[in-house]
Write a protein that binds this ligand. Sequence first.
Ligand code: MV4
Length: 481
Amino acid sequence: MKKILVANRGEIAIRVMKTAKKMGIKTVAVYSTADRNSPHVRFADEAVLIGEAPSNQSYLLGDKIIKVAKRLNVDAIHPGYGFLSENADFAEACEANDIIFIGPKSKAIKIMGSKLAAKEAVKHYDIPMVPGIDEAITDVEKAKTIANSIGYPILIKASAGGGGKGMRVVEKASELESQMKRAISEATSAFGDGSVFIEKYVNSPRHIEIQVMADTHGNTIHLFERECSIQRRHQKVIEEAPSSVLTAELRTKMGEAAIKVAQACDYVGAGTVEFLLDEQLNFYFLEMNTRLQVEHPVTELITNTDLVELQIRVARGEVLPIKQNDLKIKGHALELRVYAEDPLNDFLPSVGNLEVYQLPKGDHIRVDNGFEEGMDIPIYYDPMLAKLITYGDTRAEAIEEMLNAINNYHVEGIETTLPFGTFVCEHEAFRSGNFDTHFVKKYYSAEKIKEQHKEEAHLAALIAVRQYLEDQKVLRVPGGN
Ligand code: MV4
């Protein structure tokens, strides 16, 4: 494998290219007209313009990307996350053109892309699942019978949905019929598939996911868990590894369950198995993501692994160089997703120019960054600028490192989620580990950030006055003795 095309942009494109370069593999970038001056274009050995700014005219054009790959004699394509990373047809098209798709086979992508097909695949492996029905429901009376048997509140979920899209909570029987009809019509228009199913609603769950890695020689390992409960409208904002609530025994059980889920779909490569953890520490299989996830760096830091290197080795047909017993958790890692969004304006995208953009530096700081000072923020794509990752021997140290790193991350010209990171890391519920997926709804408001800004301004004023008085003291000396 001499040359890899990275079919992505921003921080993940650069991150993948860094590992490829480390392995002596040439890299090809593809870019849209909006990304002409993006760092990932300059970082690659070769770069090809593939279309106009909108994703469906550029980064989603699988056929055009494959044409570029063939023309440049590319051996493999790494899809990153988002875009074509979970597109089974693209994975198949790569293989049909003798280009290695650095990811799972299309069969696994198809199975795990449907929540119902995923449940069907894993149910023979004795994996704990939320009580409910594991087939598409169209008949309201049948739905009512099932809902009564599992007890309200229930969740209606779209089989083709994901990331919270197509989910509706139903508190009582009288709401079921109208909510089901809405769920089916929404799923049909959003996903082209109106299949919905019912689950018992797990109150105050934590979102725990297990990283798995499988080679083509029958070896599947897990690389422990990530806690992703700090979410805003199903968008993860802070992730960490390990979770502050998992016991060693629970970690082993969830790791083994995740490996079985991967085996259930003959998985190859890097994948993530998502679970819900309830207040009694029961875990339930939710879904499997068949891609390298945004938050993978926290796993890399506590296991001292390079997951992209493992992906490339597996794609080259190598036996996994790591055995399960080789893996140990060391320390604690925290990731803050730095979005160009305004926490004081309902996290709406903040467009503009990165007039100042200076990254924090330090032994315990990693910034997977996709932007440079002076760049404009394109409006066409996910507004994530970078991922700020910090490491400590303990969770408390990782949190302190994060607070310091945020203070040394200087951005002017746009608003970002950095102040939100400070709010979370200073909050007692987060610091104590006593939180769930309702943290943001429960504790956050824009007022909290405004209070934070006031305190910072007050502190800055005090420092300025003290400095002024110090200077005055020095200035008074010439007249005195
Ligand atoms: C659930 C749940 C509670 N009960 N299913 C969210 C998106 C996808 N990963 C599945 N998700 C959930 N499924 C049952 N039966 C809670 C979540 C969930 C969540 C729900 C609302 C708000 C934020 C959430 C974050 C993670 C998981």
